[in-house]
Design a protein around this ligand. Structure first.
Ligand SMILES: Cc1cc2nc3c(=O)[nH]c(=O)nc-3n(C[C@H](O)[C@H](O)[C@H](O)COP(=O)(O)OP(=O)(O)OC[C@H]3O[C@@H](n4cnc5c(N)ncnc54)[C@H](O)[C@@H]3O)c2cc1C
Length: 270
């Protein structure tokens, strides 16, 4: 596959020192159409510098071999000038320490083709949608909500977002604004380390599966998610996906696979 530094960093916003929103614009080509929820690939050459907060590499990467990883698109499919990504630093990682060292104007590889089936195409019109994420697993949901929140059809939307601290809740202001502006949308952030907050956290605590089981979502959103009415999306850390699957299966939900339709849709980041 061709490896070109075919895109330019347009904006970099550090949500915290280890979490960033990165906007990348194609250089000399046009973004293809894509479906919210899909991902593409970012890449850098091995000689690209590493971020100051990253660990040193045990072994240097092979010279001449580009480093590429998959990233969900966070921007709306209606935004045509750039692609937005929400990325967490893996201190010992190969690519993220190099991505975090990028600054506006720097070149990066952006695979022109978007792929993946973790999209709302699987959801029948009129069904409710609950989007459950930990960390940067929120990225594909931002694209879905920014593109489709106003699509009507009687759909109720809810985001259940887990993070360690309140300052790790990327996109919180935007999601709170969506909630204020759209009666069909509920945002439920969940913090797992409330003891470390500088200002007391008055919201939900624990893990997203605890918030689901506590009935908090039903109380806040006014609808009780059930397999007959609701599709659930799970994205992020494998531990959360497994725990949420256990809870959902016990409630009668079925994981959607290529061979068997179901109401639970899963994207695992690693
Ligand atoms: C379809 C898909 C979409 C993805 N979208 C995103 C995205 O939107 N944002 C994003 O930040 N990542 C996303 N990822 C993960 C991403 O592809 C990389 O795996 C991640 O950025 C680490 O790359 P690295 O080269 O720095 O680490 P590597 O050198 O590849 O090290 C990988 C190891 O780091 C750990 N790891 C990987 N990802 C994470 C993580 N997010 N948090 C904590 N530990 C991790 C795991 O132990 C993994 O085995 C996605 C993965 C897939 C498959």
């Amino acid at each position: 596959m061709v490896f070109e530094l075919n895109a330019v960093v347009r904006q970099k916003v550090l949500v915290s020192p280890e979490l960033m929103i990165l906007r990348v614009a194609p250089h000399g080509w046009e973004l293809p159409e894509f479906t919210p929820g899909q991902y593409t690939v970012l890449g850098l050459p091995p000689e690209a510098p590493r971020y100051r907060l990253a660990d040193p590499e045990d072994e240097p990467p092979l010279p001449g071999r580009p480093i590429r990883r998959a990233y969900s698109v966070a921007s709306s499919s209606r935004a045509r000038e750039y692609v937005e990504f929400y990325i967490t630093l893996v201190r010992s990682g190969r690519l993220t320490p190099r991505l975090f060292a990028l600054e506006p104007g720097d070149r990066v590889h952006l695979r022109p083709r978007m792929s993946g089936t973790f999209t709302l195409d699987r959801v029948e019109p009129g069904r409710h949608v609950v989007l459950v994420a930990t960390g940067t697993g929120l990225a594909p949901y931002m694209s879905m909500l920014r593109s489709f929140l106003d699509r009507g059809e009687g759909t109720r939307w809810a985001v259940l977002h887990g993070a360690r601290h309140s300052w790790d809740l990327g996109y919180r202001a935007e999601l709170e604004t969506m909630e204020r502006l759209s009666p069909a949308f509920t945002y439920l952030p969940v913090v797992s380390r409330p003891d470390e907050e500088h200002v007391p956290w008055g919201g939900a605590t624990g893990y997203v599966q605890d918030a689901w089981q506590s009935g908090l979502l039903a109380g806040r959103s006014g609808f009780r998610p059930a397999p007959e009415t609701t599709d659930v999306f799970l994205c992020g850390a494998p531990g959360m996906v497994e725990s949420m699957m256990d809870v959902l299966v016990a409630e009668g939900f079925v994981e959607h696979t290529r061979k068997r339709p179901g109401q639970v849709h899963v994207e695992r980041y690693w």
